[in-house]
Design a protein around this ligand. Sequence first.
Ligand code: COI
Length: 349
Amino acid sequence: MSPPAPKKDVDWSALGVALDLPVNGHIETRFHLSTGKWTEPTLVANPNISVNGLCPGLNYGQQCYEGLKAFRTPSDTITIFRPKFHAARMAHSAASVSLPEPSEELFLECLRMAVAHNAEYVPPSGSEACLYIRPVLFGASARLALAPPEEVILAIYVQPSFPYHGSASIDAVVLEDFDRAAPRGMGRYKVGGNYAPVWRHAAKARAMGYGITLHLDSSSRSLIEEFSTSGFMGHKVVNGKDVLVVPETQNAIDSTTSDSMVRMAEREGWMVEKGEVPFSTISSLDEVVAVGTAAAAVPIRSISRLSTSEKYSFSTLENGIPRLVALSRLMAAIQRGEEEDTDGWCWEV
Ligand code: COI
């Protein structure tokens, strides 16, 4: 049976990100420490969640989250892109802040319910928009002591949305007066604490005309880690061959988009260089994209480092379709069911 058709009164071509569009509801399940069990996931229409103000989710940052996407295919099915990757990443993040890890089975069931109950908010096939899925997990009952609380909530919200930075190319700047992640710290986990501290720096950068900020490693300030909203990916040509350059670091969040592009590049016969990417080698790259679930793949026009007056420019859409953009378009076509999904990445709801 086909899912409900997309809503008629939504302009799918004019969505931003974080619209706060009213939808049918979110899914909630609660974990209780005393029983070690999760409650049956249920649809809740009210987006507000009532929690005790003394809960560790609010007081101590005992929280983690995920971001996934659902698409409507040309054959009118709805699929979620690589949900098992996100289930594993959420479990990893949960453990980092002493939260119970939702099982893969529970996580997938909550995703399925969240999307199925909001199917009319999944944009039409062929649209650039998608249904963004935001699972959030946090310590919800009172506990001022530094210890796990009795109740933890897993809530799965959805919002129809557009790519985070839009689809045009943007200029990046290295963040030099703020370090996001300490060595052996929390940088690799998808926790809120990796995001809010960047806003004021990103706002300053935006006021100077930069669309995105880039983090170098905090100990040597010489290695590329990731953009504030998304992963870093570069391209160069060596002996006539495409080479994908991907920073490997303990301090960046694993990206589904990056992982998918690496696998696709390997299949296309590209070489993949994964390892430390010194900032000093950036001039060898002819293309850079910022890759993430919300961002998709944003072409980076330039990267500036203001303290040394360095500025590097890269190929963007103005000069034809660069190789990384072409690769990301192939991924988008797989996500949307327009190209064959040979890896079984698209999970039908
Ligand atoms: C995502 O890509 O899903 C994120 O969580 C990044 C955030 C800046 C929207």
